[in-house]
Ligand binder design. Structure first.
Ligand code: 1GP
Length: 252
């Protein structure tokens, strides 16, 4: 099944989907298999793989580990055009629509498109909306663009609607990995009430309760990354999944 369809079906069936972001720079290779299996067993619906800065060479092997150890989709979440691999199922084809930096709106895409076609993976056109979240995040800095002010949900909603009218299939409200504050509930509400395509919310979500708050505000897909870089938190994967899957509580 195609990954976008898998996500839509999951949202329909479970209420919302839960994705775990794997940063090849942060997840130790020898721990990856155990973590991936644990996530699948605990109700995770798929993995995003990527990072704004890629220092290690583990990108390709991490995708392969996802495919070897789980039946879940491996979705590239590219921080740069180097992050394309035929081993993945899909790639979030991100356009930073909150910014006015032409390179991140369409420029990199022109270079990446033939590479994605050659890799034979599914591009999922995604409106990437950076949201002000405290100190400057890596995503804001690396994209050279201004985030949407957190007190302006109407700007986020108008931006998301424009992206939907341009044909984008997902809206990603991004506070940034490790953000001080997650995307505000009012903004999620404004965007989800304005758009018909699924809304992903990520950045700075560190508890199942907060994940649930975001779903209650209208998020269709929740992403967490940073939180599970600490192995002591692995036990909480199921709680996150259960908090997100409000229609379908998974039994222990
Ligand atoms: C970042 O939205 C993701 O792109 C996840 O953020 O690492 O803060 O969970 P965290």
């Amino acid at each position: 099944m195609k990954t976008y369809t898998h996500l839509l079906n999951t949202i329909e069936k479970k209420g919302a989907a839960y994705l775990v972001l794997l940063d090849p720079d942060k997840l130790q290779e020898d721990k990856a298999a155990a973590f991936l299996k644990h996530c699948e067993k605990s109700g995770v619906d798929g993995f995003l793989i990527g990072g704004s800065l890629m220092m290690s060479s583990n990108f390709e092997s991490l995708i392969e580990q996802v495919k070897q150890n789980t039946n879940l989709p491996a979705i590239i979440f590219p921080g740069s055009i180097n992050q394309i691999s035929p081993a993945a199922d899909a790639i979030l084809f991100l356009s930073v629509v909150s910014g006015r930096n032409a390179d991140h709106l369409i420029g990199k895409h022109v270079i990446a498109s033939p590479m994605i076609k050659k890799a034979g993976i599914e591009p999922i056109s995604t409106a990437y909306i950076l949201v002000e979240s405290g100190v400057t995040t890596t995503a804001v800095y690396m994209s050279g663009s201004m985030p949407v002010p957190r007190t302006k949900p109407e700007i986020a909603a108008a931006t998301a609607l424009a992206a939907e009218y341009l044909g984008m299939k997902l809206i990603y409200l991004e506070a940034g990995s490790g953000a001080d504050m997650p995307v505000p509930d009012e903004m999620i509400k404004a965007v989800s009430e304005t758009c018909t395509v699924p809304v992903i919310v990520g950045g700075g979500i560190r508890s199942p309760l907060v994940a649930r708050e975001k779903v209650d505000s209208g998020a269709n897909i929740i992403v967490t990354g940073n939180f599970f870089e600490d192995e002591n938190n692995w036990d909480l994967v199921r709680e996150f999944a259960n908090a997100v899957h409000f229609k379908d509580i998974i039994e222990v």
